[in-house]
Write a protein that binds this ligand. Sequence first.
Ligand code: PMP
Length: 389
Amino acid sequence: MSERYLLMIPGPIEFDPAVLRAMAITTPSHVAPDFIAVFGQALDDLRRVFLSQVGQPFVVAGSGTLAMDMAAANLIEPGDKALVINTGYFGDRFAAMLARYGAHVVEVKAPLGDVPPMDEVETALREGGFKVMIVTHVDTSTGVVTDVAALGRLARKHGALSVVDGVCATAGQEFRQDEWDIDVYLTASQKAVGVPPGLALLVASPRAIEVFETRRTPVGNYYADWANWLPIMEAYQARQPSYFGTPPVNLIYALAESLRQILAEGMEARFRRHRTISQAFKAALQALGLEQVPVRPDAAADTMSAVYYPDGVDAGLLGRIKENGVVVAGGLHPAIKTRYFRVGHMGAVTASDILATVGAVEKGLLALGYEMQAGVGLAAAQEVLANAD
Ligand code: PMP
């Protein structure tokens, strides 16, 4: 059996060979001039990818959960009020984390596969006194995308900082940090940013940094404390050596290469490519008669798809798809875990990758006796791709 599979899960993703090669160097000192230049460039480029000129970037060894933890630990003090716009599994995680730091957490929960109505969010915010509002940009358990621009406006109107979990969105799903006035946008390296797992990435607005700097209590998490990391980031941005915790040197070389590639493609072109590939896949799903977890097309992310198994088909489909060379993910949301599967289409993903995935899904369904005409999904995907050219 071949060991060559196309990895189409919602992270980690397929990485570009040049990004992987960038890691495969003999590790220099974290204060070597070449590394300082590369880290400084990566920090500058991270801001460009987030479309922020004024934000403070942080790049720290850890996974996306650390990036969430950094936002929560540095912005929350015991007794603060936090509003969580909860669209699934990762909203639950954020709520638990905020509570751990002593926040009084209020949640606006969306029905499964949907976003909460804006008037419900506004009603909650009207209660007043919220220090932060948390939004998951794309919830990886449901494939639901939130309207971050509109939610950010509501948070601002009611005096709350906006914190957006972009782990399954950043560098794929449209996002404009300065224009949308979002205070913290955070992500991890292993999804649309296109770098193997191991980096927590975050950009904080001047307002968020000011809130942090005027805390009354020390940050309850030593490793995540911005007081430790801010001088380090500022030093590398100024192309100066610095040390708090040893940076993951090789991963930062990979990050610099991936960010370079992302900016060479251009953010607008990149958002469009993700939209097109997603629409091609979703058109294929529809042609095959498969239902998606997001209840409306405008609630569905560009970076991934969450798909119900059709009647008579179960998680055995995942193995069939893999037999055809493509790895997709099972369910994650506890309420429907065994009833659906997830496909990531982000980062270096190409039109050919998505066609290969549709082909493998079709073959898997046919092998399980699902009644369909071979090739209808492929034809629908091809049509979307052709019209986008
Ligand atoms: N938020 C979202 C939306 C995610 O998809 C994930 C990871 N799947 C996380 C947070 C947590 O990231 P990590 O697994 O890298 O800690």
